[in-house]
Design a protein around this ligand. Structure first.
Ligand SMILES: [Zn+2]
Ligand SMILES: [Zn+2]
Length: 333
């Protein structure tokens, strides 16, 4: 008994920026897929970013944004009230810096000033220590399943924004996370790693539905494969058309967000939406991925009720993963 779903598709263009999370049975294989973060940001217009951040390179300007952000409502704050709320030395200096902020970060109305959405996001990041604090992360032992050597012991360490889970047997990187100060605040290393994992999974889930979690822009989803790879490796790559964020992961990771898969594991008392990825790797290792000559990949999840998913690797998908599924349920006779 099985269900067969046609899920998604993508062009045959290779993405070389991915961490292998899992693969099918057989010898380790990662020929064209280099060992880099699962979440990677590419393609942003740096000149625009430099311009935007240079405006903020002043203490008084940051104070102005903080003062405006503290106003819970959207009522404009008058020039005088705003001046009194910050540590300004004279009104002309204050006026100059306020003018510099107006447009991108602050909006001027007939009765005063309000912070823009961009200004609010920036000041929230500053308050969360995104640009000033360094995560406090102690190395920890992790039980998982290394996709490269089948080892089960790994260590999580932190090095400059990235937390890495590396296999203690072969030394390969199994998972890598964008670890931010917010993840480690009030959390120990295990909790921080779980928080980073949760956030990464939410980003992937949203991206698969066509929405970039970082900017709200449209994600184009592609499934990529390498015809000569043995065993087969299929990657899902999501590209934000607005901010350039790129997420890439093995197809098995994408399927963890599919309702059929969530339901199947829920029936076995496993919540795949909240279980940390490293704890799911031993399970994912039993899934089978095959790609035929026409570029159609089949993912089979074994078990009492086998699940089968089909992935066509020759066109882009701009709608959600689940909306593009056409189900073929087995006949009841
Ligand atoms: Zn290993
Ligand atoms: Zn984006």
């Amino acid at each position: 008994m099985y269900r067969e779903d046609n899920i998604l598709s993508g062009t045959s263009r290779y993405c070389s920026r991915v961490v292998m999370l899992t693969r099918t049975r057989g010898e380790p294989h990662r020929k064209h897929f280099d060992n880099v973060p699962l979440l990677s940001t590419v393609g942003q217009d740096i000149s625009d970013a430099e311009d935007a951040f240079s405006v903020l390179a002043n203490d008084l300007r940051v104070q102005i944004l903080e003062a405006l952000a503290d106003e819970s409502g959207q009522d404009p704050v008058s020039f005088t009230d705003l001046y009194e709320a910050v540590d300004g030395q004279n009104t002309s200096q204050f006026s100059y810096h306020l003018t510099e902020l107006t447009g991108r970060y602050v909006q001027q109305t007939s009765t005063g000033y309000v912070i823009s959405d961009t200004g609010r996001r920036i000041i929230q990041s500053v308050t969360a220590g995104e640009y000033t604090l360094h995560p406090d992360f102690e190395p920890i032992d992790i039980s998982t399943h290394c996709p490269f050597c089948n080892g089960t012991s790994a260590e999580a360490t932190y090095n400059g924004q990235l937390a890495t889970i590396a296999c203690l047997s072969c030394g390969e990187t199994v998972l890598r996370y964008d670890l931010r100060p917010g993840h480690t605040a009030d959390r120990n290393s295990v909790q921080a790693l779980k928080a980073a994992d949760r956030q990464m999974r939410a980003e992937v889930s949203s991206a698969l539905d066509g929405v970039c979690q970082r900017c709200g822009g449209s994600m184009v989803v592609e499934f990529l494969t390498e015809s000569e790879a043995e065993p087969a490796v299929v990657l899902v790559v999501c590209d934000c058309q607005q901010c350039g964020t790129r997420l890439s992961a093995p197809v098995e990771m994408a399927l963890l967000h599919h309702p059929e898969v969530i339901s199947r594991y829920w029936g076995e008392s496993v919540n795949v939406t909240t279980t940390p990825t490293w704890e799911l790797l031993p399970e994912l290792f039993d899934w089978n991925v095959e790609v035929d000559e026409s570029g159609v990949a089949t993912v089979v999840i074994p078990g009492r009720e086998q699940l089968r998913f089909r992935v066509r690797c020759d066109e882009q998908v701009q709608t959600s993963l689940t909306d593009t599924v056409s189900r073929e349920r087995p006949s009841s006779r």
